[in-house]
Design a protein around this ligand. Sequence first.
Ligand SMILES: [Zn+2]
Length: 335
Amino acid sequence: MLRQTLGAAVLLWVLLFLPALLFVPRQTEEEHPLLSAEQTFGSAPSVEVASDAAHTLRLWRDGAAEELSVEEYLQGVLRGEMPAAFHMEALKAQTVAERTYLYYQMAAGAKPSHPQADVCTDPACCTAYLTEVAAREKWGAAFEECNEKILEAVSATDGQVMYYGGEPIMAVFHSSSAGMTATSGEVWTADLPYLVSVESPESADTVPNYYSVNTFTAAEFREKFSADYPTAKWGDKTKDWVGDVVRTDTGRVESVTIGGVEVSGQDLRRIFSLRSTSFTIEAGEEDITFRVTGYGHGVGMSQYGANALAQEGKTWREILQWYYTGITIEDYTTP
Ligand SMILES: [Zn+2]
C-alpha cells in the first residue's frame, strides 16, 4: 500500500515537473549569451551565416542614415522596384538581383552623395524603396495580398547572390528592352563579360507604354538641344536638321548628327526625356518626332522580360542565368 502510494507520488511528481525540467535547458540557452546558436554550432558565424536577417546595412532615407537588416531592406526595395502583380519567379529573380547589387555596392564603398550610408532610396542614385507604411497607402485593399508575395520572394531566396569571378556582380536591370538587351559597353565605358546582349521576350502585348512617341515643335527642339550644344547650326528647313543615325549591334541609337553636331543616343535620351535609346527620329516640316521602344538603359535583366520568361515556366534561377551570362548563384559569404 505504502509502495503503491509512493509510486503514485513519484509518478505524479514526474508528470507535474517533467515538462518544466525539459523546458529549462531551452530557457537557459536563450538567456545565456555563451550558449547562443551561433557560438554553439559555428566557429565563424560571420562567414557561415548567409541569411538576410543576419546582415545589416546603412540606408540613407529622408536625410538620415538608419541601420536595418538586409531582409527588411530587400522587402522595401522589391515593393518599390517591381509590380507586386508580377509572377513569383520574376519577383524572386528581382530580389536576387537587388541583393547582389547591394553587396556589390557595399564592396565598392559609400557614394560621395551619401558617405554616411551604403545605399539610398533615390532610384536615380541607388534603388527605389517603399516602406510597409507607404505600401499600405499605395496598395490599399490589395496590401495584404501584395505584401505576402514580397515577403515570400525575399525569404524564398534568402542569402542568394550572383557571382562572377568570385565577386558579387553589378546586377543592373531595366524595365523593358526592344527585343535585345544592351551590352554594358553600349551604356557605360566597360564591357563586362556577364552583361552581354541577349534576346528578351517582352512585347507591346505585355508591356504598358512599350511604344511611346515624343513630338517637339521645331522651336522646342532647337531650344532644348542648343542648351546642351550651343554650337549647333540651324538651317531654314527643319527637315535638314537631322542627319545620319548610327546604330549599335543591338539596334539602339549610338549617335545622331543634329545641326552638324554628332551627339550620342544617350545624350538625346537625356535631353528629350526619352524612355530609351531604342528610337527612330523623324524631322518633318514643322516638328521632330521620336518613336521609342521599351524603357530604361537596356543592360542586364529586363523586368518585363523576366515576367514573360516566368510565365513561360522558367524559374528565378533560369531567368537570372538568361540575363546575366556565365554567373553562378551562391549563398552570400562576407568577404
Ligand atoms: Zn544612392
